[in-house]
Design a protein around this ligand. Structure first.
Ligand code: ATP
Length: 243
């Protein structure tokens, strides 16, 4: 499966439209006392970039992820996702946009334990435009893409940690999202398994996928082609790592 530079469906952006453009985006939790968890931030992520966000505990990584992932509304600034100003959207439209354009991968996998790998991946297609008759094939293709073609009928409890994370990645990819948003994707994995997941992310990036990965681990952060650091809610661009 390749990730088209130009998205086919309805209001899909062209290749030059950044996937993410944040202008002065900030988040202050109301409190009391108010907590300025994300200071006014400008950040543009172009199509096909692999950006990592690194920062210590409490620096604002989850706050940033929740805003970018359309899980929380920022308290200031403008956020364009695929050129769409998300501030004006009603909640149902934000949910639909999130379901179509963003694939999430979490540290804890978040799979339904009593559903097979295939069913877990299939459930992610509630909001996409794939005709119902083609959804199973799309889910099988996504599982094959992460190297799990032979395990599609397995329950998560019968899979290793690395395999579970691959199912989660297939679930994130099946909608062909504009952005893969990863939150500590290797946090629950041993070193060798973590490396295989990071290698898969490298492959997906080479295929054109835009990736935003949040981590506290500098060794993971260097896998991105661009790294930003977050500290006390301030985002700063670090030097480019590898191409
Ligand atoms: N709902 C909330 N209400 C008030 N303050 C919050 C809320 N959520 C987070 N904070 C505060 O905002 C700051 C940033 O928190 P955040 O969870 O974004 O950090 P983090 O980098 O993700 O931390 P960790 O790596 O430990 O998960 C912290 O000072 C935290 O205490």
């Amino acid at each position: 499966m390749r990730f088209p530079r130009r998205r086919a469906h309805l209001t899909g952006p062209d290749a030059d439209t950044p996937v993410i453009r944040l202008s002065g985006v900030a988040m202050t939790y109301p409190g009391p006392p108010p907590v300025p968890a994300l200071r006014p931030t400008d950040l543009t992520i172009g199509r096909g970039e692999y950006v990592t966000v690194v920062g210590p505990s409490g620096s604002g990584k989850s706050t940033f992820l929740n805003v970018v992932g359309l899980l929380d509304r920022p308290t200031a600034g403008t956020y364009l996702l695929d050129g769409i100003d998300v501030a004006g959207l009603r909640e149902a439209d934000r949910t639909a946009l999130r379901g179509r354009r963003i694939g999430f991968v979490f540290q804890s996998f978040n799979l339904l334990p009593h559903r097979s790998a295939l069913e877990n991946v299939n459930l992610a297609q509630l909001y996409n435009d794939t005709p119902r008759s083609l959804r199973t094939a799309a889910a099988e293709e996504a599982l094959a893409q992460v190297g799990l073609a032979h395990r599609i009928d397995a329950l998560p409890t019968r899979l290793s940690g690395g395999e579970r994370q691959r199912v989660a990645m297939a679930r994130a990819l099946v909608t062909r999202p504009s952005l893969l948003l990863c939150d500590e994707p290797t946090g629950n994995l041993d070193t060798a398994t973590a490396e295989s997941v990071l290698t898969l992310l490298d492959d997906l990036h080479r295929q054109g996928l835009t990736i935003l990965l949040i981590t506290h681990d500098p060794n993971v952060a260097v896998r991105g082609t661009r790294t930003v650091a977050i500290r006390d809610g301030h985002l700063t661009e670090l030097a480019a790592t590898h191409a």
